[in-house]
Design a protein around this ligand. Structure first.
Ligand SMILES: [Fe+2]
Length: 298
C-alpha cells in the first residue's frame, strides 16, 4: 500500500538550486561550507519543504522528499544531500562510496538479503551494534526495480516496544544481544557488543537497537522467544512504499526500522537496468532547518 501523504514534492527550481552545491567531503562528513549553502537555500526557497519534512518526521519518524525524476543522477545526488542537510549533518558510515552516497546497484553477486541484494531485507536499524548509531539514515532511489519489486518497508519501533510485556521488556533491556561485527564504520562511536535492544531513558533520546538478523545470530539463541515476540509486534506496524526515481526516504532511526521486500524476477533484467539505490546517513544537528521548525512548534 502506498502512503501518498509521505511523499513531499520538491519544486524543480529548489532542486536545481540545491544541485548547484558540490558534494565535497571533509573526512566522512559533508563539508560544512556545503551544508551551510544547502541550508541557506532551504531557508529561502525551501520553507514549505522544511515544514513538511518536520511534520512528517515528528508524526511518523520517516518522510519522503520527491525530487524531480528528470534531473540527471549526479544532480539528484547533490539535491538529495541538500534536502538531507535540512534534517541533520550528512555523513557516510561505510567506506566504499565515492563520497557521501554509497551506491547499492543490485546484483546477483551481492548477499541476497543485504544492501543491493535481490532478496527481501528484514527490518533493522543501520548500525545497531555501536555506541552512536546514525540518527538518520536515508535512501535515494535512482532506478527502481524494473521488475516491480523492492518495496521499502517501514515499521514503528516505539509502538512495538509499548506492546511488550514487562517481562519481555526487562530481558530486552539487558546488554545480552549480538548482531554483526561493527567494523570499519565512521562517525558512529565505538562497537557495542553485546548491547541492550531497549535502552532506558526519556522518549526521543533512547535507542531501540533492532535488527532482524538478531533472530538468526546463534549468540542470541537463549533469548530467541523474546526476540521473536518483538519481531511479530514490529511486523504489525509495517508500512510499505515503492520509491520512485528521485525519491529520498529519510528515516529517524530512533523511531523507525527499515527493510525491503524482494525484488521481482531478474532473469530478463540487464545489469545496467537493475535497481540502483544510494544510501547516506545524517547526524542530529540542532542547527538543521527542520529541527528549528520542530522547536518552534513545540
Ligand atoms: Fe539499512
Amino acid at each position: 500500500m502506498t502512503h501518498h501523504r509521505h511523499r513531499i514534492p520538491v519544486a524543480p527550481s529548489l532542486a536545481t538550486a540545491l544541485a548547484e552545491i558540490e558534494l565535497g567531503m571533509d573526512g566522512h562528513t559533508w563539508a560544512a561550507a556545503h551544508v551551510d549553502a544547502a541550508r541557506t537555500c532551504l531557508r529561502t526557497a525551501g520553507v514549505a519543504l522544511v515544514h513538511s519534512l518536520a511534520d512528517r518526521l515528528a508524526a511518523d519518524g520517516w518522510a519522503i522528499a520527491a525530487l524531480p525524476a528528470e534531473l540527471p543522477d549526479e544532480s539528484l545526488r547533490r539535491a538529495a544531500a541538500g534536502v538531507l542537510a535540512g534534517v541533520g549533518a550528512p555523513f557516510f558510515s561505510i567506506d566504499g562510496g565515492r563520497g557521501l552516497w554509497l551506491d547499492g546497484l543490485s546484483g546477483p553477486e551481492r548477499i541476497p538479503t543485504s544492501f543491493g541484494g535481490f532478496a527481501a531485507q528484514v527490518l533493522h536499524i543501520d548500525a545497531p551494534n555501536v555506541t552512536a548509531p546514525p540518527d538518520y539514515t536515508s535512501l535515494l532511489m535512482l532506478r527502481p526495480d524494473p521488475a516491480g519489486g523492492g518495496h521499502s518497508v517501514l515499521a514503528d519501533l516505539r509502538a512495538a516496544a509499548l506492546l511488550l510485556t514487562d517481562a519481555d521488556r526487562d530481558v530486552l533491556s539487558h546488554p545480552l544481544f549480538f548482531e554483526g561485527r561493527a567494523e570499519q564504520l565512521h562517525g558512529v562511536g565505538e562497537p557495542l557488543l553485546p548491547f541492550p535492544v531497549l535502552e532506558d531513558g526519556p522518549p526521543g533520546c533512547t535507542w531501540i537497537r533492532w535488527a532482524g538478523k538478531l533472530l538468526t545470530d546463534p549468540r542470541n539463541a537463549t533469548h530467541l522467544p523474546v526476540l521473536d515476540r518483538f519481531a511479530a509486534l514490529l511486523h504489525g506496524t509495517e508500512r510499505r512504499v515503492l520509491l520512485r526515481r528521485g525519491n529520498l526516504l529519510v528515516v529517524d532511526q530512533r523511531r523507525a526500522a527499515h527493510g525491503r521486500t524482494a525484488l521481482g524476477p531478474q532473469d530478463g533484467v540487464s545489469a545496467s537496468a537493475r535497481r540502483l539505490l544510494c544510501q547516506a546517513k545524517a547526524r542530529f544537528d540542532t542547527d538543521a532547518p527542520a529541527h528549528q521548525v520542530m522547536r518552534s512548534a513545540a
